[in-house]
Design a protein around this ligand. Structure first.
Ligand SMILES: Cc1cc2nc3c(=O)[nH]c(=O)nc-3n(C[C@H](O)[C@H](O)[C@H](O)COP(=O)(O)OP(=O)(O)OC[C@H]3O[C@@H](n4cnc5c(N)ncnc54)[C@H](O)[C@@H]3O)c2cc1C
Length: 426
């Protein structure tokens, strides 16, 4: 049924655009990507690839290559600001899922997808240094307005445009000129990486402190990084800050956030030392983008962050972006009429992803840390079971995992899911 002659233009070579190109290619199409940067570089810090994200990567035929650049997520442990343990759960296959949860450097994942696109679709399938300025829909085609690095404007036509141009998407702005301006939440993320000794199981993700005032997430994203014998550890601190610039590459320093962890005594690592030893620190504000009512205008469709920018918590932004390409390619392969295929894509994805966008604004399962903070009045506890029973925490986690499309194995049958480690009640 695939119409291989369908001329598809993809805007943006981030994870969404690259994964979509690979999925379209699997279905017999040969899309062309236009990317504004002159040369893709492995930018960013860590991404927590959930089990449904790993499934997508496996279906792209990239599991072995992905394993080589990422770390198997084994366990996830939650602490209050003093470093007292609240809750723990296993991750991925260790929890009984069919697929792995893995931690990866965003730039390494992007470069893996990029190399694969070039290998499978040809070097001319990714045109770098070309910025999309806008589009015009015609009956059976779309004209794209493009600008090269020298500032020359030119046009290209396509039967279909897939806009994967990220949080500041110009295509989204043209499609939804009346849409509400994004609003800064007042909370900024300090995102850093540190080269250090392995901690915990080697695949442990730590969640520390009270959400909104001193929340920290720490996980390894590369083992034996560049032959050093050390792991590259990704850490993110969320705290309030007045200024905000929505730019992934904005540099920051740790001085403002170190004092939040004066009293933090973890069994695994010294978080202040880890922050002081950072190789790089970026700032990224949590910006509220209101969910869109449609991702389609004629023969133009939004995917990834362009369609559903969400707080970059828990890896769902990247994973949902990768799922978009799979669903879109499957609809285009089975439904001849392009606008009808786009509608089928949107019907399957939009409401479900918008629910995740909204859920990310709340605390998700991280709410357990605030519950403990509230219930103890910010003081140390003696027995965590008196403050937050395991069964109460389990119910919260099971609800969240189901929401993002990966219900916990065996939970419906009453299987025990969460636990506490030997470090609990220190
Ligand atoms: C530099 C950078 C660093 C990031 N770091 C992190 C991180 O550390 N952790 C995290 O969770 N998420 C990070 N992200 C975001 C993360 O990649 C996305 O949330 C998620 O993977 C969805 O990807 P996406 O492809 O939709 O968007 P993006 O990854 O933002 O990719 C969009 C792509 O479109 C290109 N583009 C934008 N406008 C145009 C245009 N007009 N014409 C042509 N091309 C255009 C951009 O250059 C970019 O390559 C980062 C994004 C960027 C761009």
């Amino acid at each position: 049924m695939t119409d291989a002659s369908l001329d598809i233009a993809v805007i943006g070579a981030g994870p969404a655009g690259l994964a979509a190109a690979l999925r379209l290619h699997q279905q017999g199409f040969r899309p062309r990507i236009y990317e504004t940067v002159p040369e893709l570089k492995p930018l960013g810090v860590g991404i927590d690839v959930k089990v449904y994200g790993s499934k997508e990567i496996e279906e792209l035929g990239l599991l072995e290559e992905f394993r080589a650049i990422s770390v198997d997520a084994k366990d996830s442990i939650f602490f209050n600001k003093y470093g007292q343990e609240i809750y723990a759960e296993l991750c991925g296959v260790h929890m009984g899922y069919l697929h792995e949860q893995r931690f990866v450097h965003r730039g390494y994942l992007q470069m893996l997808l990029y190399r694969t696109v070039v290998a499978r679709l040809g070097a001319d399938s990714v045109v770098q240094g070309v910025r999309c300025l806008g589009y015009t829909n015609h009956d059976d085609q779309v004209t794209l307005d493009l600008r090269d690095l020298a500032g020359n404007d030119f046009q290209a036509t396509a039967d279909l445009v897939v806009a994967a141009d990220g949080i500041k998407s110009v295509v989204r702005q043209q499609m939804h000129p009346e849409h509400a301006e994004p609003v800064y939440s007042g909370i900024t993320m300090w995102r850093g990486t540190t080269l250090m000794k392995p901690f915990g199981s080697g695949g442990t993700i730590l969640h520390i402190g009270a959400p909104q005032t001193s929340s920290m997430i720490v996980y390894p994203i590369a083992e034996n990084f560049e032959g050093t014998g050390k792991v590259l550890v990704n850490w993110v601190v969320e705290a309030t800050r007045e200024e905000s610039v929505e730019d992934w590459n904005q540099l920051g320093t740790v001085e403002e956030i170190l004092p939040y962890y004066d009293q933090c005594d973890l069994p695994y690592l010294d978080v202040q030392q880890m922050m002081r030893d950072a190789r790089e620190v970026y700032l990224f504000p949590l910006i509220r983008h209101e969910p869109l009512e449609t991702w389609i205008d004629g023969r133009v469709v939004l995917i990834g962050d362009a369609a559903h920018a969400m707080y970059p918590r828990g890896g769902n932004g990247a994973c949902q972006a990768i799922v978009d390409g799979a669903v879109l390619a499957a609809k285009l392969a089975t439904i001849d009429d392009v606008p009808t295929a786009l509608q089928a894509f949107e019907s399957e994805r939009l409401a479900a992803v918008n629910r995740i966008v909204m859920a990310h604004r709340g605390e998700g399962y991280e709410v357990i840390r605030r519950m403990v903070e509230d219930r103890t009045g910010g003081e140390r506890f003696t027995d965590i079971e008196d403050v937050l029973p395991l069964s109460e925490a389990d119910a919260i986690f099971s609800k969240y995992h189901a929401l993002v499309g990966q219900p916990r194995p065996g939970y419906e049958a009453g299987a025990a899911t969460g636990f506490r480690t030997e470090h609990a009640n220190r």
